[in-house]
Design a protein around this ligand. Sequence first.
Ligand SMILES: Cc1ncc(COP(=O)(O)O)c(C=O)c1O
Length: 466
Amino acid sequence: MAISRRSSASDPGGNALPKIVAKPPGSASRRLANELAELEPAPQFGAIHGVAPIAWSRARGANVVDVDGNRYVDLTGGFGAALVGHRNRRVVNAVNRASNQLLHGLADAAPHPERVKLASELSRLGPIKRGRVMFAGSGAEAVDIALKTAHVATGRQGVVAFHGGYHGSGLGALRATSRRRFRHPFEAALAPATLRVPFAGCFRCPYRLTYPACGTACLDAAVAEIDAWNSDDSRPPLGAWIVEPVLGREGVVVPPRGYLKALGEAARERRLVVIADEILTGGGRTGRWWAGGPLKPDVVTIGKGIAGGLPLAATIGRRSLMRVWEGEGEARHAATFMAHPLAVAASRAALAEIARRDLPARARTIGKLMKRQLGRVARRHPIIGDVRGVGAMWGIDVIGDAVTGAPDNRIAKALSAGLAERGYLALAGGPYGNVLSLTPPLTISERQLEGFFPALDDAVAEIARR
Ligand SMILES: Cc1ncc(COP(=O)(O)O)c(C=O)c1O
């Protein structure tokens, strides 16, 4: 029924199909949610995405088992953190071994051997030649480090960021994050130094143009806004342009071919430090180790899946830029748990898994299947306005009106709930809350994926009948 607790031949290894024994959320999930609501502000764990909270009890590979005994296939991939699968055996073994050596590594004051090895591995993998690495405990902190690096290196605090960009919710990263809901109460505290420009979102093109006839007019518009800002002396000068090579949380938006390269060139012409935020896309999710290669970035952030489920992120930058952190005395950026030994061990094992199993190639295979099968489902159901993605990163854009294409988050939430009832976990996100986002573990089996498309078709058909 559920995933075995034992690591034995009977352990399905996380490749099992769903099995629902109690309509989710079951009574145990509901009870836990109610208890927690007394202890934490409810939205922290609640029905943010429309699905009433399903309390996870354990997970392996692409399977999650809830406290009511339901087994799911997790298409959220734990928000992308389960890139090499939940509780990947090699990651778990590495963490167990490390826990016999060191549980704390004194952060910036005392390097431990595994940290040195991981820094060297990340530096070699990075799209930046001989890049230098700084460790962080979360994606938001890695973004903070990137923004701080650009600020000190250029002496300019202004940042160009995208409408629809998500870079974390700490007060630093929030400067670049776009959604009003996240920023609104803090607007006054956020430096008025962010220029927000439109991304290349072709499905809802703000200019109502069509690619390729448009000639990526959105990039021309963004560059024109940068030039206008730069010619206004009352504005804080711009020092960096932060880019998710594929918008993730805000609706999975893949820019057209050539866009990132042209963006990188435009940024360099304006002496902007190019920051590729690859927290979600890095590590092979899009079918390549890095999605932002064409940007030729100066700084890259990486997190989520590169530590096999443990909290670790990193910022990798050009040597010349990262020099800003050198100098006598205490580190200017530090954190108690920086390069935590267990997270470092997990990360080394996760990187080895990505290489050993050639997971970027696996992501490309997943991408082909998604494109074909999601396209098929979308053609049958007018409430699916668009399916888009690359590799193992896809979005299903749910609309309420086939003529206007208006986003409909109510239907998206119902679809998310309908999928959970069929044993597939996928949450609705995006600026309008109407895009079901699929970021499964790259280790998901063919059978698990193939089972998803009829479940989706069935769940959409049920909603259409209502
Ligand atoms: C592109 C991107 N950057 C940064 C972050 C923030 O990472 P964290 O949640 O680890 O702070 C996220 C999280 O979803 C992300 O997708």
